[in-house]
Design a protein. Structure first.
Length: 219
């Protein structure tokens, strides 16, 4: 959850052991009756959370990473692989390795919202196997999309499809070239997207599709 100037918090909503029952659910009532009773008696309030400081306006979790829009600081990707690991004192990190070998941020003028087209680790450039009856994955699934109050729509990823590991998606598989984030382009024709907010960023789908088609047709 993005909390503005207080940063963001990862709030526990389920049991830590198997089965990972959601607090207050029928499964928790059956599998963890004591915990369920305690939760209900405390007015069903969630209390366990891990936090990270900063100015976070919007956030989205995807696999082992969380994408955050930080206003004038642009986009920052946080490593949340150990969010539920009690052996780690810092469960949310900005870079698990040296900054020399990793750049998990992209500067923009005023980032307010971030979105990925899927929470799965899909690879648009993966070769489909006929025997698996696989369907092609559109290239737009290999990028992140950022709403910026001044720059409009900012697309995050490497647009060079001839590079060994283009775009952003493959970084979910820890391929070294993609741990250096790039911005493909910014799109704000005539200032139509100036002043974008979280709600309006949800209407970027049609614009994204048109711009991506033009981008890839030139590549």
């Amino acid at each position: 959850m993005a909390t503005g100037k207080k940063g963001f918090e990862a709030i526990a909503v389920a049991e830590h052991d198997e089965p990972e029952a959601i607090y207050g659910s029928d499964l928790q009532r059956i599998a963890y009756p004591d915990n369920y009773k305690t939760f209900v008696n405390h007015h069903r309030e969630l209390s366990a959370a891990a936090e990270h400081s900063g100015n976070v306006l919007d956030i989205q979790a995807r696999g082992e990473y969380a994408y955050a829009a930080l206003g004038p600081r642009g986009l920052r990707v946080y490593d949340i692989a150990n969010i539920d690991n009690k052996s780690f004192s810092e469960r949310i990190t900005t870079a698990p390795v040296s900054p020399i070998g990793q750049r998990f941020y992209v500067p923009t003028k005023n980032a307010v919202a971030i979105a990925s087209p899927t929470t799965l680790g899909v690879d648009p450039l993966r070769k489909q196997l006929p025997e698996n009856e696989e369907q092609p994955i559109h290239l737009l699934y290999g990028f992140l999309y950022l709403a910026d109050r001044e720059e409009g729509l900012v697309i995050i990823g490497d647009p060079n499809l001839k590079s060994k590991v283009p775009a952003w998606a493959r970084s979910l598989m820890a391929v070294p070239p993609t741990i250096f984030l790039k911005r493909a382009l910014a799109f704000n024709p005539g200032g139509v997207l100036t002043g974008a907010q979280r709600d309006t960023s949800r209407n970027f789908g049609e614009i994204i599709g048109r711009r991506q088609q033009a981008l890839f047709s030139r590549t």
